[in-house]
Design a protein around this ligand. Structure first.
Ligand code: PMP
Length: 424
């Protein structure tokens, strides 16, 4: 497999861009390979500048749930572009997108659009603090909520992959109010509430943790979070940047029947364009400027091209709900192949079309389990898949994403490759 062009671009990029990339995990450092510089992507496939074709299980880290460059999304974007790129004024598309989200997730009564998942979380945290008049926040070790200062504490995703879960440059005072609990351990949450219950503005959680690899919630965990936050006048925030419109059309609330106060969204809601959103109960959202005194704004927020892609994506998903069953089946096939191949020497976690294989024995239910993985074994497996035309996330601590464009043939080829893998 050729990689000369990617290697050349990577070397040149490193002179002008830190580490040669605009987001750390893309650099392939933890897997010791040359990152693929991408030329284009269509459906389930992604193509690099050396002309290699891969079955893509990164799917732009989630947004490409319909597959890449879906005709209806491209058409919506082309049509939007014809009318101008940005107005800095309200448009009907923003209303359409907010209504669509409300139709799918009725607990999001009111919604504010921003430009990324990071911004969505940062703003939701500010809102929770403004609404409750409290300052402290509980987050879970290994969950990732973007790179705003208050959230860069024991962060997952690139934080674990690159070994910097706590970034320098974040003043201790800024994170003094961020308390850390253990995912799937309600006792660890109860202890924090015992210590500081009346000071806690919000508990923020990835309802399915997907940034330390995939770790599904233990039965009752999300409901227990709902109960303890309600009892203490604390807001519950579901960070559904990954899970929204993925683990079910209605995300975690549909799948687990637990309704948070606020939700953060990203990725799929923009269909591949830069977007994020936060929303929830109207009474809380009414605190956001200009209705209320929690300030938050954005020059490009509600961008007409991004909202066009988002509307096309969400309306397609709403009208093609069958795909969730198909995604579930395809996820189960890959899960089975991994279990068959690795047996007790690895642990496979899956929620719908999100999955991970952890190279550790024993079930992975928390951060300690996830990080007990043998990342060298992961790297060798990753390299084998890459060299055979399957593009996985280049880190033990990221999820595989399956899209509606993955064909039976794609899935079978992937499963065959997994089963043929010779581990040495
Ligand atoms: N929350 C979660 C759960 C995420 O997975 C991510 C990004 N992977 C973010 C927030 C941040 O989103 P963005 O990268 O768009 O800023």
């Amino acid at each position: 497999m050729h990689e000369e062009k990617s290697a050349g671009l990577f070397r040149a990029s490193a002179e002008y861009i830190p580490g040669g990339v605009n987001s750390p995990v893309r650099a392939y450092r933890s897997v010791n390979r040359i990152p693929r510089f991408i030329d284009k992507a269509r459906g389930s496939k992604i193509y690099d500048v050396d002309g290699n074709e891969y079955i893509d299980y990164v799917c732009s880290w989630g947004p490409a749930i319909m597959g890449h460059a879906h005709e209806s999304v491209l058409k919506a974007v082309h049509d939007a572009v014809e009318n101008g790129l940005s107005f800095g004024a309200p448009t009907e598309k923003e209303l359409k997108l907010a209504r669509l989200v409300n139709g799918i997730m009725p607990h999001i009564e009111s919604l504010r659009l921003v430009n990324s998942g990071t911004e969505a979380v940062m703003s939701a945290i500010r809102l929770a603090r403004g609404y409750t008049g409290k300052n402290r926040i509980i987050k879970f070790r290994g969950c990732y909520h973007g790179h705003s200062d208050a959230m860069l504490v024991k962060a997952g995703s690139g934080g674990i992959t690159t070994g910097v879960p706590d970034s320098i440059g974040v003043p201790a005072a800024v994170v003094a109010d961020t308390m850390i609990a253990e995912y799937n351990d309600i006792g660890s949450v109860e202890r924090l509430f015992e210590a500081a219950g009346n000071e806690i503005a919000a508990v923020i959680v990835e309802p399915v943790a997907a940034n330390m690899g995939v770790v599904p919630p233990a039965p009752g965990f999300l409901q227990a979070l709902r109960d303890i936050t309600s009892r203490n006048g604390t807001l519950l925030i579901f960070d559904e940047v990954i899970t929204g419109f993925r683990i079910a059309l209605g995300g975690a609330s549909e799948r687990y029947g637990v309704i948070p106060d606020l939700v953060t969204l990203g990725k799929i809601i923009g269909g591949g364009m830069p977007i994020g959103a936060y929303g929830g109960r109207r009474e809380i959202m009414e605190m956001v400027s200009p209705s209320g005194k929690v300030y938050q704004a954005g020059t490009l927020a509600g961008n007409p091209v991004a909202t066009a892609a988002g509307i096309a994506t969400l309306s397609w998903l709403r009208d093609n709900r069958d795909i969730y069953e198909e995604l579930e089946e395809n996820g189960a096939k890959i899960e089975e192949a991994l279990k068959k191949r690795f047996g007790d020497s690895a642990s496979v976690n899956r929620t719908g079309s999100l999955l991970s294989v952890f190279f550790t024995s024993g079930k992975v239910t928390d951060y300690d389990g996830a990080t007990s993985s043998d990342t060298e074994r992961f790297s060798r497996f990753f390299s084998y898949m890459l060299d055979n035309g399957v593009y996985l996330a280049p880190s033990q601590y990221e999820a595989w994403f399956i899209s509606a464009a993955h064909s039976g043939e794609d899935i079978d080829k992937t499963c065959r490759l997994i089963e043929d893998y010779q581990e040495n």
